[in-house]
Design a protein around this ligand. Sequence first.
Ligand SMILES: NC(=O)c1ccc[n+]([C@@H]2O[C@H](COP(=O)([O-])OP(=O)(O)OC[C@H]3O[C@@H](n4cnc5c(N)ncnc54)[C@H](OP(=O)(O)O)[C@@H]3O)[C@@H](O)[C@H]2O)c1
Length: 344
Amino acid sequence: MGYKVAVVGATGNVGREMLDILAERAFPADEVVALASRRSQGQEVSFGDKILKVKALDTYDFTDTDICLMSAGGEASKEWSPRIGQQGCVVIDNSSAFRYDADVPLIVPEVNADAVVGFTKRNIIANPNCSTAQLVVALKPLHEAATIKRVVVSTYQSVSGAGKDAMDELFNQTRAVFTAGEVVQKKFTKRIAFNVIPHIDVFMEDGYTKEEWKMVAETKKMLDPKIKLTATAVRVPVFIGHAESVNIEFERPLSPEQATEILRAAPGVLVIDKRENGGYMTPHEAAGEDATYISRIREDATIENGLNFWCVSDNLRKGAALNAVQIAEVLINRKLLQKSQQAA
Ligand SMILES: NC(=O)c1ccc[n+]([C@@H]2O[C@H](COP(=O)([O-])OP(=O)(O)OC[C@H]3O[C@@H](n4cnc5c(N)ncnc54)[C@H](OP(=O)(O)O)[C@@H]3O)[C@@H](O)[C@H]2O)c1
């Protein structure tokens, strides 16, 4: 007997991807329920070869649901995730609302799957920020090999990371530019079509943005609090797929050849690095794929034990939906879902 799974935010970018991934991976679910706000009640969404009718979150009873994949934004998570957890359903939360809570594990299965056991305090497990998820998948095996002292990362983040309205804004602005129409700006602070914006999430007092702060805090929580990290997060006019330029300083020497060998063997990573025209990965090619792709691995000769690489992944998959489903699989494989074990 399988599990009952609820997907909250099922009409959104991440929620739709969650439904696709559950179907693709033949997740052991007897029943999958699609939930969103009242606005979407009765709307239809695809789940494999089935069509699900969307139900309203605020009238749904979670008492016989085993797993809730929550992806409806921070405000909805703050209000609903603790309540759902109290009803005995394990919430895998995609927002940033609980990521820094000491009683909530923050998990990327390739990095810190063992920490998942801490979920029982609140029945909530947090999924990281999309740009951190792909980064730590690549950092983890390199940290084990040569101990990372410091990381400098610049991101090139697609508009889907800001939700479905942001994708529409890029599309509409691009069309308006070509048809000499009005370029309307709502979701982004500046025009995103044919532009790049060095600003994601709100500004903090120290001049960094919250997106940049999240990369620091989440890398420390999941990988190692001793790692120093500084980030510049930039929105680019790409629909799906985040790219990152990563510079690392290690405690011990690690050649590009050794790093390549380590990354080739690492779970969740694919190295595409031919040092010739087109011998690297771009977001366009990573969209719809599960891996974190690493290209352009080379020495940074300006510092001792320095390395540079280029990291690309589908932000809606490894950055959100895939990682959440992988966490649910860890719970099942490690037999940590008590309620379902009784039901099975
Ligand atoms: N996109 C990414 O790369 C990414 C990566 C990591 C984490 N996340 C996080 O995932 C969450 C969702 O992102 P998204 O990109 O999928 O956003 P989105 O495309 O804007 O979709 C938002 C979804 O949440 C639902 N929703 C909003 N308010 C709700 C409420 N009060 N009650 C129930 N449902 C509600 C919406 O339902 P209606 O259609 O009914 O409004 C919709 O299904 C956010 O917390 C985001 O930070 C996103």
